[in-house]
Design a protein around this ligand. Structure first.
Ligand SMILES: Cc1cc2nc3c(=O)[nH]c(=O)nc-3n(C[C@H](O)[C@H](O)[C@H](O)COP(=O)(O)O)c2cc1C
Length: 306
């Protein structure tokens, strides 16, 4: 790996800025495979304290014309104990983020306990944590992005983190479907609590500007949309956060990255690292190398013209 691709962020040296987004390897089954594909880091999860099946199938749909996906998986995962076993046994060295959430049955006012449980269980085995409050597929989860519940949730995990010997970076993953007011509140809270970073964004519930026929979209039903149609909105959110914080809060970009150009757009908007999911489905694993090579070529160009 070329050292010019290295990125230093919240105390971690990432060998390159291209990561695997959460939801692809929920239970840390394939960490060696993703390491071999050249990813600079990967995010496992969303993991919940107890195993859960998720929603009934079918729950994942391709919109080929839009190079998009709609999913309503609903946090299907084998639970934190199983994830823990896998992490303990892993051979790979890839940097791992633990993306954590709450079980479907847990009411929102007790949600913090689920996040704390997952935090405590995974703490020794992941490099950073992502608190996922933005999946559209767990009923009412996104309400945890509101000022009061968000403060309470973050504070309880931060308290646990601060009490550890070696606190881990804590990041918040947000939805693209937030209002400007909500986003301002999130930024304010992130600054106030010295959060280590924001991951923007999760999937969207918006269905506008799609090429796929309305009847087909309607027949699919509820779920989060990812891929190309999400690209612009996700970049807008990143840009907004970056400007509002004068670049002081690290941002990991995710949403519609399917080429080097799309990744560079996110970096130009203020992100430090990127993650991919749907792009990997449509473009294949070569996308990781394509993005890394593009970034390298761009840095050489800038040196020559600068
Ligand atoms: C099938 C599927 C499952 C996902 N599961 C999760 C998840 O468990 N936790 C999470 O934070 N994000 C999850 N995501 C969201 C992705 O991590 C990412 O934020 C989103 O898909 C936008 O990126 P993309 O356009 O590159 O796909 C999932 C996405 C898909 C398509």
């Amino acid at each position: 790996m070329d050292v010019r691709l290295e990125r230093e962020l919240f105390g971690i040296t990432f060998p390159n800025p291209v990561g695997l987004a959460a939801g692809f390897d929920k239970e840390a089954k394939y960490t060696s495979a993703f390491e071999s594909m050249g990813f600079g880091f990967m995010e496992i999860g969303t993991i919940t304290p107890l195993a859960q099946k998720g929603n009934d199938k079918p729950r994942l749909f391709r919109l080929k014309e839009d190079e998009a996906l709609i999913n309503r998986m609903g946090f299907n995962n084998e639970g934190m104990e199983t994830a823990l076993k896998r992490l303990k046994a892993r051979q790979s060295k890839i940097i791992i983020g633990g993306n954590i959430g709450k079980n479907k049955q847990t009411p929102n006012d007790e949600a913090y306990m689920d996040y704390v449980k997952c935090f405590e269980a995974l703490y020794p085995y992941v490099d950073y944590f992502t608190l996922n409050v933005s999946s559209p597929n767990t009923p009412n989860l996104r309400e945890l992005q509101e000022k009061k519940p968000l403060m309470a949730l973050l504070k309880s995990v931060i308290d646990k983190n601060q009490a550890t010997f070696n606190p881990k970076p804590l990041l918040l993953k947000i939805a693209p479907d937030v209002s400007e007011g909500q986003l301002d509140d999130i930024i304010h809270i992130a600054k106030m609590l010295s959060l280590d970073g924001i991951i923007a964004t999760n999937t969207t519930i918006d269905r506008s500007k799609l090429k796929t026929k309305d009847e087909h979209i309607e027949s699919i039903g509820a779920g989060g949309l990812s891929g190309r149609p999400l690209r612009q909105r996700s970049t807008e959110i990143i840009s907004y956060i970056s400007k509002k914080t004068e670049g002081k809060i690290p941002i990991i970009a995710v949403g519609g990255i399917d080429s080097y150009e799309a990744a560079q757009e996110k970096l130009d908007a203020g992100a430090s690292l990127v993650q991919i999911y749907t792009g990997l489905i449509y473009r294949g694993p070569g996308l990781v190398k394509e993005i890394c090579e593009g970034i390298l070529a761009n840095s050489t160009e800038q040196r020559q013209t600068g």
